[in-house]
Design a protein around this ligand. Structure first.
Ligand code: DAH
Length: 340
């Protein structure tokens, strides 16, 4: 075999290499287990004695030459990779960071709190683990009162040393008790937060959901103040042409009490499947704070009056965004959440 013509062939092959894959191909062709060098080496024993030594040396030199040429080539294509325009195309779009955003419930909560804050209300939060007293008794819901039934749940194992039973609050109203016990009127407060109920989960119920409580206490507060404040709220959230109505209702902690409806934001009051053909949707409960609540917190009910209201944030978010299943808020499905 003519070593010189092999050299020419090898040089040409290595010269042509322009990628790591091509480099590997040439390496295998010459240095692989069945490559040229291996074949030449295994042919040595079959040569006449006097040729073996020189031929062996020539094969070794050839191998060293291939190794060094491949090494050089590897360095040159690695350098090329950094400089090559195909590897740094500045016209390609950048690698954008995926930005998160606030959950739709948090967005609506913030929006509603901002509306009340513009009217002078301050925002206060309370604990989700509440005493039985604040959740019920202080709010004029005594032990045997039937209206406890639907809420009376999620009690926690309370140490014997605790005089009060603890539970996950069933509404945000207990924060009224906390705030009124620690501050003096005048008060205008909104309280956003999570609440817990023993409701079976379906399209419109969840065992955990969100409320915003609001209340105002001072001398001379009237039902008309409540109406005015709620009207500003409803128009800011649902638009100027939304209508409101107050239906008489019962809540132990307010007297008189009302449930408040808005004209259906979807059919504008005409009646559709979202509002059960009624044209109206209930969005909150409200009323004048019961004198017994004032007695529990040590306010003089002859001196002070006040109003209170409580709304379901999930419900309002569903109406505003046209969402028909409350469970969507709690499944962490990005395909849903990214739409807001
Ligand atoms: N706490 C009531 C509930 O969870 C909502 C409510 C109704 C709050 C009337 C109030 C109110 O402050 O005056 O159903």
């Amino acid at each position: 075999m003519d070593i010189n013509s092999l050299k020419t062939q090898i040089d040409a092959d290595i010269e042509k290499i322009d990628s790591p894959a091509a480099l590997e191909e040439v390496r295998v062709k010459y240095l692989g287990r069945k490559g040229l060098i291996a074949q030449l080496t295994s042919s040595i024993p079959g040569l006449p004695q006097e040729q073996r030594k020189t031929f062996g040396q020539e094969v070794n030199e050839l191998k060293a030459r291939i190794l060094s040429l491949l090494d050089e080539k590897q360095k040159s294509i690695a350098g090329k990779k950094e400089l090559s325009p195909s590897y740094s195309d500045i016209s390609l779009p950048g690698l954008a960071q995926d930005l998160g955003h606030l959950h739709p419930i948090t967005q609506i909560t913030n929006e509603i709190c901002a509306i009340f804050s513009r009217m002078g209300f301050i925002i206060i939060e309370g604990p989700e683990v509440e005493t039985e007293y604040n959740n019920f008794t202080g709010l004029n819901i005594p032990l045997e009162h039937p209206s406890r039934d639907v809420f009376d749940t999620f009690y926690l194992n309370t140490p014997k040393s605790n005089t009060q039973k603890l539970l996950l609050r069933s509404h945000t109203s207990p924060v009224q008790i906390r705030v009124m016990k620690s501050r003096k009127p005048p008060l205008a407060v909104v309280v956003p937060g999570r609440v817990y109920r023993p409701d079976a989960v379906d399209a419109s119920h969840s065992f955990m959901f969100h409320q915003i409580e609001g209340f105002m206490v001072d001398e001379g507060i009237k039902f008309s103040h409540l109406k005015g404040v709620l009207e500003v709220f409803a128009k800011s959230v649902f638009g100027e042409d939304i209508k409101m109505r107050f239906r008489p209702h019962f809540f132990p902690f307010t007297e008189p009490s009302a449930e408040v409806d808005i004209s259906c934001a979807i059919c504008r009051g005409k009646g559709c499947s979202s509002c059960g053909r009624k044209g109206w949707l209930e969005i909150l409960g409200a009323g004048m704070i019961h004198p017994n609540v004032f007695k529990h917190v040590g306010y003089d009910p002859k001196k002070y009056t006040g109003f209170a209201f409580g709304m379901g944030v999930d419900r309002i978010a569903m109406l505003k965004f046209g969402i028909n299943d409350i469970r969507l808020f709690y499944e962490n499905d990005l395909r849903f959440l990214k739409q807001f």
